[in-house]
Design a protein around this ligand. Structure first.
Ligand code: PMP
Length: 968
């Protein structure tokens, strides 16, 4: 029999084999007694064979009768070849020895059956989210597959498949008639034709070889906890075709997944290119082929479900196929191709287009208004005002400029949106201009002039470029005429938009999303030089380049969030803004208690800096006022204040005060806690999240009591009351051994575990024991104090105790280095035995003003109350999520110090560690900054700036719901 030709035999119903029949075939032809489960397929009949114990034996594949034995042999041979050449797990033929590898069934027609290796590990089937690492791994797999198959050949690969993109256009033409929806049909036909036009011109330069031709989520299997695709199944579409088609198929397949769009497929293209570099023609053909593949999928899917109405597999895929096509079609081919060139490092900068748009501008006459996230004029949330751009331009004109313009290609903060699940279109493809007085715009090159009747836009189309000016202008003529360089085009009376499109380029939106900015900006030219301005700097330095510089200059042991952190240069309230104008909801910055960029604080600091900054050995008011204010927040007898610069310093000083007061060096701390990085505070920090060696390197003067974790510690729920007597016994044991402790230190609300209240009565009992032993009680309020828990200003109040020493930092300075120790006069005086205390910047006038202003704002803006209101709302909403998402073990915390603990199993409480990290990554993609915490790194810490609104809190929970629903 000759090989298959789709255009000769278009009807391919799946062989009608029942599972019972399949079991008989497995037994009769392969000697396999098996339990049989049917697997879906578009063309063949596939059955999973298992032993009685449920262990997989293999997959029984009964090929569509349209395919010849040679084709099946080629598929088996290719699978074995790729496995041997690249070590990729493949679905090889595993027929038992002694029976033919391909059995010919005695049925009406010729049916061939095989048993194929079952590859353990799930596929990427369905529409769930696919991580960037998985996207890249898919591209890598496709690259390695073609690298292996480059040396493979077989007579069974010369077949004519509708899936071979060399026949893509013909397939669309033949099958499009089955698409009943006329709009869809016309869209698919037009897009396919446009794509084909490009591909056909390149065809001679596209290398051809044997390819798998169906590397999709359904046909890969993933190994290991990282679930990266590393195995390949279903060689049914093996064919000779364009090598680049292997990649196009894989990229198109990605587009069906949640949240995937053309730009998110770039890691796959880069990974493929790293393995099997794409030639220039292949780069140019790639996106047209992705689009063509989408079109083929749409028409084939409709066709298949029309001839095989019972095939659920084919029918259920129709909307997925449409989505693939639509997403591939959201961006013009040439834009995406330029974006791909850039991602592969093979782009060539285009020549600027030159000419003169206005007559003799005087140097300095035209002022460029900075609208970037780094512009000073954006302070205080100024960009959120709808008229921000006009106002800044008006300010520039008022200062005497002849015109104000914006910068081409510079991401505008004014176009940013808070609480968005995708990036906003912030990058301008042209520039705005505001004239100081009416300005004549002249033709920078000869060309034909048109005037849009509706908008009044004037367009000049020359040989190399098209100029468009629109907005507040009066055209010099009715249009439809030719202009020479220097002829007047229009008089500009107010704001206009100027865009210069390169030859052959159609509509270009005014603003584009940063992910596609390079692609779009390649279609246009900077209008600045036409106005006598220097060329624009282009897109801002991106996060990648900055990270590389950081790695060179800034000790890397100071780690950063995320694998690929965005570059953040501005913050406002609970929002952080990337240099590309993307806004993120900040759920982690507990230090910035007031929110980012608070203008009142900034002004107070600036004023004090201008007036005086010195050290606390001088006599000035602010240090006294701040100390009084701090002491007033605490109960008696805590009335004496030390001012330092950080949490580590405050805890370190507290230890020294305890040692000085008691003359003892032994300290009792809680396991799994963090207290700082100095020598002494590091010694009492036993959290392995911060230092994996914390337990083995602990010095002998540090003693720990068990971590009083009521959720997952040794004593849970009501049994958590056992932690206190246990700790008391340890302290008493130390006394009995002759090592009575100088102090007991802990967070009065258990921050490192994700913000958990200590068991009721815990601190009463333990403080009692340490005091009975002659030691002091130290409360580390560095994270949990200052109103964050909402119901209490100091977290120890929750336990109904009063410590001897309170340490605080973080929120105190809203991010400015500020720390304090507040204690009794007697304990403070004991420091005398160590000399006198001095910290150069601790309590400086600037630090004191920061501290006072932070307290003022916490009060005036009602932030502690907001922590209760918004925090309770978040808890209620997360508890509702927990009814639907079993990964949520529990929600810890109070006010705006919370943790969502993620577990693989609510009974064993196995920590969902990889999941938590992956969820945080995807949350960032959706515009939320949230991070793991705790010794197991399985708690999502939620401690946002305390000014967070309910709307922002809802956005956070909605995005978490989306991630937990659609995958990470
Ligand atoms: N104590 C606690 C409870 C902390 O969380 C931290 C910081 N994470 C510190 C002390 C140390 O504070 P700093 O980083 O300001 O030195």
């Amino acid at each position: 029999m000759t090989s298959f030709d789709f255009f000769e035999a278009t009807e391919l119903p799946v062989p009608a084999i029942t599972p019972v029949h399949a079991a008989q075939i497995a037994a009769a032809y392969f000697g396999l007694a098996a339990q049989v489960t049917s697997l879906g397929s578009q063309q063949d009949a596939n059955f999973l064979l298992r032993t009685d114990d449920g262990d997989p034996i293999g997959v029984l594949k009964i090929a569509n009768p349209a395919f010849s034995r040679a084709e099946l042999e080629a598929q088996d041979a290719a699978a074995a070849f790729i496995d041997a050449a690249e070590g990729i797990r493949t679905a090889t033929n595993v027929a038992p020895t002694g029976v033919p590898a391909i059995a010919e069934l005695d049925s009406g027609g010729t049916l061939y059956a095989r048993v194929i290796r079952f590859l353990p590990g799930g596929t990427l089937s369905g529409n769930g989210y696919v991580r960037p690492a998985q996207v890249a791994a898919l591209g890598d797999l496709a690259g390695r597959t073609v690298r292996a198959l480059a040396a493979f050949d077989h007579p069974g690969v010369d077949r004519v498949l509708q899936w071979d993109l060399r026949h893509g256009m013909r397939t669309v033409e033949v099958l499009a008639g089955h698409v009943a929806d006329q709009h869809r049909r016309a869209t698919v036909e037009a897009a396919a034709a446009a794509a084909w036009q490009i591909v056909a011109d390149l065809a001679d330069d596209l290398p051809v070889q044997v390819i798998h031709s169906d590397i999709t989520g359904d046909n890969v299997v993933c190994a290991g906890p990282a679930t990266l695709p590393d195995g390949l199944i279903d060689f049914g579409d093996l064919t000779r075709s364009w090598t680049v088609a292997e990649l196009a198929v894989a990229v198109a397949a990605l587009l069906r997944h949640q949240g995937c769009e053309p730009a998110t497929t770039l890691p796959a293209i880069q990974a493929f290119h790293a393995v099997r570099p794409l030639g220039p023609a292949e780069v140019e053909a790639l996106w047209p082929l992705v689009l063509l593949r989408g079109a083929v999928l749409v028409v084939s899917g409709v066709h298949q479900s029309s001839i095989d109405a019972d095939n659920d597999y084919a029918s259920s895929s129709l909307e997925d196929e449409w989505r693939i096509f639509q997403r591939a079609n959201t961006i013009p081919i040439r834009v995406m191709t330029d974006q791909i060139r850039h991602a592969l490092g093979v782009a060539h900068p285009a020549e600027p287009i030159t000419g003169r748009l206005i007559e003799d501008p005087a140097v300095g006459d035209i002022v460029v208004v900075d609208l970037s996230p780094e512009a000073d004029a954006m302070d205080g949330g100024a960009w959120l005002a709808p008229d921000c751009e006009d106002r800044l331009a008006a300010d520039a004109l008022a200062a005497g400029a002849c015109a104000a313009v914006t910068e081409f290609g510079q991401a505008r903060l004014t176009r940013s949106e808070t609480l968005g699940d995708t990036s906003p279109a912030t990058v301008p493809t042209g520039m705005d201009l505001w004239p100081g007085r009416p300005l004549t715009v002249i033709a920078p090159w000869p060309g034909s002039v048109t005037v849009d009747e509706n908008s009044g836009a004037v367009t000049l189309t020359g040989t190399d470029a098209t100029l468009e000016v629109r907005g507040a202008l009066r055209p010099a003529g009715a249009g439809g005429h030719r202009a020479e360089a220097g002829d007047a085009l229009a008089t500009v009376d107010g704001r206009v938009w100027i865009q210069v499109r390169r030859r052959g380029v159609g509509h270009v939106p005014q603003f584009v999303r940063p992910e596609y900015a390079v692609g779009w900006l390649t279609q246009v030219s900077d209008p600045g030089p036409l106005l006598g301005l220097p060329p624009a700097a282009g897109l801002a330095d991106d996060g990648v380049a900055l990270r590389q510089r950081r790695a060179r200059a800034f000790a890397e042991v100071q780690e950063h969030y995320y694998d690929h952190p965005p570059r953040i240069e501005r913050g406002w309230r609970e929002h952080l803004v990337g240099s590309d104008g993307r806004s993120y909801l900040d759920m982690v910055n507990n230090v910035a208690v007031l929110g980012h960029g608070h203008p009142v604080l900034a002004d107070a600091v600036a004023r004090q800096w201008r007036r005086l900054n010195t050290n606390s050995r001088f006599n000035y008011g602010s240090v006294v006022a701040f100390s009084e204010r701090l002491a007033a927040t605490l109960p008696d007898p805590l009335d004496t204040v030390f001012l330092v610069n950080s949490g580590s310093e405050s805890d370190d000083l507290a230890l020294r005060l305890a040692i000085a007061t008691t003359g003892r060096h032994d300290i009792v701390a809680v396991a799994e806690a963090y207290h700082g990085w100095t020598y002494a505070t590091d010694a009492i920090s036993t959290s392995i999240a911060d230092n994996p060696n914390a337990l083995s390197t602990r010095p002998s003067w540090v003693h720990t009591v068990p971590s009083p974790n009521a959720y997952r510690g040794e004593h849970r729920g009501p049994d958590a009351s056992k932690y206190a007597p246990e700790a008391v016994a340890i302290i008493e044991g130390l006394v009995a051994q002759g090592n009575p402790p100088g102090a007991f230190i802990c967070e009065p609300f258990y921050g490192n575990a994700g913000g958990m209240a200590l068991p009721d009565g815990y601190l009463k009992a333990v403080y009692g024991a340490v005091r009975a032993a002659g030691g002091l009680a130290i409360a580390d309020e560095v994270q949990v104090g200052y109103g964050r828990t909402g119901r209490w200003f100091w977290a120890f109040e929750q336990q109904g105790v009063v410590p001897d020493i309170v340490c605080v930092a973080k929120a105190m300075g809203n991010g400015q280095p500020l720390g304090a120790v507040i204690t009794t006069k007697a304990i403070a005086d004991a420091y005398r035995s160590c000399g006198y205390f001095f910290s150069s910047a601790g309590g400086s006038p600037v630090s004191s003003v920061v501290g006072l202003t932070v307290l003022d704002i916490i009060e005036s803006e009602g932030l502690q109350q907001n922590a209760v209101t918004v925090g309770d709302h978040i808890v209620a909403r997360i508890n509702e999520l927990a009814t639907r998402h079993p990964i949520i073990g529990t929600v810890h915390g109070s006010g705006l110090y919370m943790g969502v603990e993620l577990v693989r199993d609510r009974t064993t409480l196995e920590p969902a560690v990889l999941e938590t990290a992956a969820i945080c990554e995807r949350m960032r993609e959706l515009g939320v900054i949230v991070q793991p915490t705790g010794d197991r790194q399985n708690v999502l810490k939620m401690k946002p700036p305390m000014c967070i609104t309910r709307e922002s809190a809802d956005f956070f929970v909605d995005m978490l719901d989306r991630v937990l629903t659609t995958g990470w």
